[in-house]
Design a protein around this ligand. Structure first.
Ligand SMILES: *[C@@H]1O[C@H](CO)[C@@H](O)[C@H](O)[C@H]1NC(C)=O
Ligand SMILES: *[C@@H]1O[C@H](CO)[C@@H](O)[C@H](O)[C@H]1NC(C)=O
Length: 214
């Protein structure tokens, strides 16, 4: 019993101690093949910036010909690396997703498959992009579908209860409204109403009106 208590106490106490310590933990010098960095030190204190550049034919894993990485709690904010300049960095595609490479970059001839976010569609039909000589070919554009809806309408004396932070709602999305306390959906005893997005428009909702008798 006592051991159990002790174990429990240790568990609570230990992560705190580790965190407190690591907040100012230094970083080791990175191993950088095909490039150089400044300043050259054995260790770098927390918050130190290191700047690096790459040899001909290579480039950093972030935009630009030189890059900065910061020591944060014993880790570099991004691992300083010099990759083949024919490799590609992750593309930024608005309103879309694609499978991200765990190492953060893509080799030449690698292809990614892109999917538009809910409520968006491709303006062309090409859903793949290929890394060619350091840039992406045929990056698709995802545009709001004409069947998707904008922000749902305001219903007086009601709030929306199932909303995520989004601007575009795919067709068939539904949002639930709940009437303010003391109000009910007009002509019913219900306090909830649901609107649907259909062909670009929200269905019409009944207003919430004050309950006369309770
Ligand atoms: C490191 O770089 C960041 C962003 O470029 C900057 O805000 C910060 O002040 C720099 N830190 C030091 C210690 O120079
Ligand atoms: C590849 O890109 C580099 C730099 O943008 C350019 O100088 C070179 O001519 C390109 N090579 C081919 C085969 O397109």
């Amino acid at each position: 019993m006592c051991f159990r208590c002790l174990g429990f106490v240790l568990l609570i106490w230990f992560p705190g101690a580790v965190n407190a310590q690591s907040e100012t933990e230094p970083c080791n010098a990175p191993r950088l093949d095909g490039g150089f960095f400044v300043p050259v030190q054995v260790t770098y204190s927390h918050g130190t910036n290191l700047t690096y550049a790459c040899d001909n034919g290579r480039k950093p894993t972030v935009e630009g010909w030189w890059a900065t990485s910061t020591c944060q709690n014993g880790k570099w904010s991004h691992k300083p690396q010099c990759i083949d300049e024919k490799s590609c960095l992750p593309p930024s595609i608005s309103n879309a997703k694609y499978t991200e490479n765990p190492n953060g970059w893509y080799e030449e001839t690698e292809k990614i498959r892109i999917t538009c976010d809910n409520g968006y569609i491709f303006t062309d039909h090409d859903a793949t992009a290929e890394c060619k000589n350091g840039t992406w070919t045929s990056i698709p554009i995802c545009e709001k579908s004409s069947y998707a809806c904008d922000e749902p309408p305001k219903i007086p004396h009601a709030v929306i209860t199932n909303l995520e932070d989004q601007e575009v709602f795919a067709e068939d999305s539904e949002v639930s409204y709940e009437c303010e306390d003391g109000y009910a959906v007009e002509g019913t005893a219900d306090t909830q109403t649901v609107l649907y997005c259909f062909a670009g428009d929200w269905s019409t909702g009944q207003p919430c009106s004050k309950c006369t008798v309770r």
